[in-house]
Design a protein around this ligand. Structure first.
Ligand code: F6P
Length: 364
């Protein structure tokens, strides 16, 4: 296919280490085919206010593969079907600006949008696909919770950061004979908690897929003393909940934000452990540290492969698909199907079995 295509790319939702590597791969792979690439700033906002579009060239993206964040900016308040915009008198009102985005896309002579995002952003991309914007999705999330792809980039970096933090907590917990409770991200899936908890030798890992009994967690901590260990490490996924309990969420939801903000379960678990065992207990929330910094080698390579595959699929004429990692290859799966399914930790997974064999408690 010798057509000189004009490709747009945006990054939406929470950032994830590896976004810049995708932008780099797309730019390089498109440039060598003689295509043009345009970066849309701040999710879909750049297609509403088209001053926010930048031409991406090999010179422009040189050196960005190792950078965290995204040179295009991102937002999780950028739903164009419910976008807060200023009206003629300066008041902010929520409007559906999707039709304007579609008409701007066409007016600019763009051929395909590469939408790099998690479940929320890819669902938006799918709505635009139905409205006539040809889309190729690239899955991104530190949460690793998209079903159609074996893995998403950003996850390995988040797990690495969490594991390093847990490693450091062992010495201070041991010095003070304390229990340290670490809350990690992941939304409704326990992948980050599970992988970092096993790798960091936690005593207990609490994940959304296994509602926990706080007494079981306490028993694990006090049983440590039977074999001479007088401290404990508990890793809690932000979406974990006690049996019969509720998700713990934050109240301060910003204007325009669609999704609930989770957080606070770690503090609750720490308080309960202290009250029930009498042990000194502290909690910490790793929060956005997990999304920051340079992507690991694994995430860089994965992100580069996602970006290159997106361009290859476009060259093959594929549209309205999502690039999915199906080792050893990348596959194009229908976008509409890909955005429907979430990936939870399977309870019979090898990692769960490994954790149990290491004596790690899930509080069940
Ligand atoms: O989806 C990625 C993620 O980091 C979740 O793990 C977390 O719940 C959420 O985003 C936090 O969002 P925000 O960046 O708006 O605080």
């Amino acid at each position: 296919m010798n057509e000189r295509l004009r490709i747009a790319i945006n990054t939406g939702g929470g950032d994830a280490p590896g976004l810049n590597a995708v932008i780099y791969a797309v730019t390089m792979a498109a440039d060598r085919r003689g295509w043009e690439v345009y970066g849309i700033r701040t999710g879909y906002k750049g297609l509403f206010d088209t001053d926010e579009i930048i031409r991406l060239t090999p010179e422009k993206v040189a050196g960005i593969v190792s950078l965290g964040g995204t040179i295009l900016g991102t937002t999780n308040k950028g739903d164009p079907f419910n976008m807060p915009v200023k009206n003629a008198v300066g008041d902010v009102e929520v409007r559906d600006v999707s039709a304007k985005i579609v008409s701007n896309f066409k007016r600019l002579g763009l051929d395909v949008l590469i939408a790099v995002g998690g479940d929320g952003s890819l669902r938006l991309a799918n709505r635009f696909a139905q409205m006539g914007i040809p889309v190729v999705g690239v899955p991104k999330t530190i949460d690793n919770d998209l079903a159609s792809t074996v893995i998403t980039f950003g996850f390995d970096t988040a797990v690495t950061t969490s594991t390093e933090a847990i490693d450091k907590l062992h010495s201070t917990a041991s010095a003070h004979e304390r229990v340290m409770v670490v809350e990690v991200m992941g939304r409704y899936a326990g992948w980050i908690a599970l992988n970092s908890g096993i790798s960091g030798s936690a005593d207990a890992i609490l994940i959304p897929e296994i509602p926990f009994k706080i007494d079981s967690v306490c028993k694990k901590i006090t049983d440590n003393e039977l074999h001479g260990k007088d401290y404990g490490i508990v890793v809690v996924a932000e979406g974990a909940k006690a049996e019969g309990g509720e998700l713990v969420r934050k109240e301060n939801v910003e204007e325009g934000r669609q999704e609930v903000l989770l957080g606070g379960i770690g503090e609750w678990v720490a308080r309960e452990i202290h009250q029930r065992t009498g042990k000194d207990t502290r909690s910490l929330v790793l929060g956005h540290l997990q999304r920051g910094g340079s992507p690991t080698t694994f995430d860089r390579l994965l992100a580069l492969r996602f970006g290159a595959a997106a361009v290859r699929f476009i060259a093959e004429g594929k549209r309205n698909v999502m690039v999915a990692a199906c080792p050893p290859t990348m596959e194009a799966v229908p976008l509409a199907e890909a955005v429907e399914k979430m990936k939870s930790v399977p309870l019979d997974s090898d990692s769960i079995l490994t954790a149990r064999d290491m004596g790690i408690s899930f509080g069940d």
